[in-house]
Write a new protein. Structure first.
Length: 254
């Protein structure tokens, strides 16, 4: 099955963007609009079990890389620039090791190849408490989420996934059942006997601990032609926390 995407721009220079866990391509719409105005075709891709893409009980990075290759082949894209944030960063890291000839530049946003323990269980627990038969408005849902999730930006992030499934009935776009069952997959280590020799950039948020100094060796062992860039005054969602600085550096790289 083909992944859903929103494509902005009409250029032979293609940038494919993969979102993070519980997100969708729309999380990157502001950045994509700016990139399209600077001469790029930008593909905002929804990974399986997210956004408007297909749902499946099967969920792991090997499958997500297969989904991405199918998408690239379908659209006949070559010499692409591949960007992934968090979970999407894990996907593009693995994909680059298996398909190096397809990629012109690799950009990984606030994640490294190392293993991460489960980060999002409390979010999933809060989401599972949502009863759409009772909570029939975004306001009611936000109030329920607020009991467990204190950070407003995370609540807003979750609320972007809500849509009217049927008349008068709200639902989440992501596949909550599959993602909950496969939550341990998200932090898996990316390891390989291969290396990616292409130009690679790892962005990290100044206030995030997803990329730390001890990650440098694992990054360089798989991506020897890589550079780590810190975005000031930013956390894990650095493209939203400091979009101006992030975009300026990104455009210079591109």
């Amino acid at each position: 099955m083909l992944l859903h995407s929103k494509i902005l721009g009409n250029s032979s220079k293609h940038i494919l963007i993969l979102h993070g866990f519980l997100g969708s391509g729309d999380n990157w719409i502001s950045i994509a609009k700016k990139l399209s105005l600077n001469g790029f075709s930008v593909h905002l891709i929804d990974q399986r079990n997210h956004g408007r893409s297909f749902h499946s009980e099967n969920f792991n990075y090997e499958l997500m890389c297969g989904d991405l290759l199918n998408y690239i082949n379908y659209h006949r894209i070559t010499n692409l620039i591949l960007l992934g944030h968090s979970m999407g960063g894990k996907t593009v890291m693995k994909f680059s090791l298996d398909n190096p000839k397809l990629i012109l530049k690799l950009i990984v946003i606030d994640t490294s190849p190392r293993y991460y323990p489960i980060q999002h269980q409390y979010i999933l627990d809060a989401i599972k408490k949502i009863d759409f038969k009772v909570l029939d408005s975004r306001k009611k849902i936000e109030l329920e989420l607020k009991k467990s999730i204190k950070k407003e930006s995370i609540r807003s992030f979750i609320l972007k996934n809500i849509y009217w499934r049927d008349e008068g009935i709200l639902d989440f776009r992501f596949n909550l059942i599959s993602l909950s069952a496969n939550i341990d997959v998200i932090g898996e280590e990316i390891n390989s006997d291969k290396i990616f020799l292409g130009e690679t950039f790892f962005f990290k948020g100044e206030n995030s601990d997803y990329i730390i100094d001890s990650d440098n060796n694992s990054i360089l062992s798989l991506y020897p032609n890589s550079k780590i860039i810190s975005i000031s005054k930013a956390g894990h969602w650095l493209h939203a926390d400091n979009p101006d600085e992030f975009f300026e550096i990104l455009l210079n790289i591109l």
